[in-house]
Ligand binder design. Structure first.
Ligand SMILES: Cc1ncc(C[n+]2csc(CCOP(=O)(O)OP(=O)(O)O)c2C)c(N)n1
Length: 291
């Protein structure tokens, strides 16, 4: 497939990735740290803004592409993965970064998440996990804790939370990390690693909502979260699973990584060459019947 990207070989500054649109998030929102980390990861990669597509769903966090000078696709709620898949199929050379909230990823987008993971789609997906629906003013999300009180669950939700890291691992993701927007430098480094990884890379990022979630605050995560031990082996799936399960502490860093697996795009490229190799015109003759 021809390379349809145009990379300009110049050094970029963070300013080059800003759209000039001022973020509309509430003061103190964790998503500011994620936005900074996204800018810094693109700068670290030396990407030209026109080579990158930021794809998001619907939610406060999903507004992120508006604030970047790259291409962006603010899709329908929960449909980040289908659109990201389409972009990669159309032009595998584009750098696609998927972004959005925990509701977008694991509630309405939960089915798509599982299938993107099992296909090993070669995108990096940064989930801004605030354990609540922010845009719709504070309902429980799939990552809210048992007993979490909101306007729609005044007695506390009885539902147990999804564990995003274990869901990703069980679904076939090949790079599974956890980050905290209060540590944007570390997050930027993880995004670079996720981009460099061949296959589906998810970074579940604690990104507090100071307006509607008064429990999972910056202080809460600072007290709860710690970096993985130096001797953590991300290729050991059982160790990764156990550390993903831990709640006290919760671990930050790359919990699981599997290298050398085929990505979805590998199969697409071979499917394209299959069509090109149709010298006998069998496919054309089938298509002609419907014209
Ligand atoms: C099909 C559809 N269903 C429901 C909604 C309403 N809605 C908009 S955003 C959202 C959830 C937002 O939560 P999350 O994805 O976690 O993002 P956050 O706002 O917290 O960043 C919901 C339910 C919608 N826009 N479209």
């Amino acid at each position: 497939m021809p390379d349809q990207t145009v990379t300009v070989d110049v050094e970029h500054s963070v300013e080059d990735y800003k759209s000039g649109v001022k973020p509309t998030w509430c003061p103190g929102c964790g998503d500011f740290g994620v936005l900074n980390a996204v800018y810094n990861s693109m700068r670290a990669k030396g990407y030209a803004p026109q080579d990158v597509v930021l794809v998001s769903g619907i939610g406060c966090s999903s507004r992120l592409p508006f604030f970047s000078s790259t291409y962006g696709f603010h899709t329908v709620h929960g449909r980040t993965m289908p659109i990201a898949t389409g972009i990669k199929v159309a032009n595998p050379n584009l750098k696609v970064l998927a972004l959005g909230g925990d509701g977008d990823a694991f509630a309405i987008g939960g089915g798509h998440f599982i299938h993107a993971a099992r296909r090993n789609l070669d995108v990096c997906y940064v989930i801004m996990d605030n354990a609540i629906y922010g845009l719709t003013k504070g309902q429980t999300s799939p990552t809210s804790m048992v007993g979490f009180v909101t306007k729609t669950t005044p007695k506390g939700t009885p539902d147990r939370p999804v564990n995003p890291l274990q869901l990703a691992m069980a679904s076939g993701a090949t790079f599974v990390a956890r980050a905290f927007s209060g540590k944007p430098k570390e997050l930027a480094d993880l995004i670079v690693q996720g981009i460099d990884h061949k296959g589906f890379a998810i970074i579940d990022t604690y990104s507090p909502c100071p307006t509607f979630n008064k429990v999972n605050t910056f202080k809460y995560y600072r007290d709860q979260a710690m970096e993985l031990p130096k001797d953590h082996n991300p290729t050991d799936v059982m160790q990764a699973w156990a550390r993903a399960q831990s709640t006290d502490p919760v671990y930050l860093g790359v919990l699981y990584r599997a290298e050398g697996e085929d990505s979805f795009e590998d199969h697409i490229v071979s499917a394209h060459s299959g069509v090109e190799a149709d010298a006998d015109g069998v496919i054309d003759s089938i298509l002609e019947r419907y014209s």
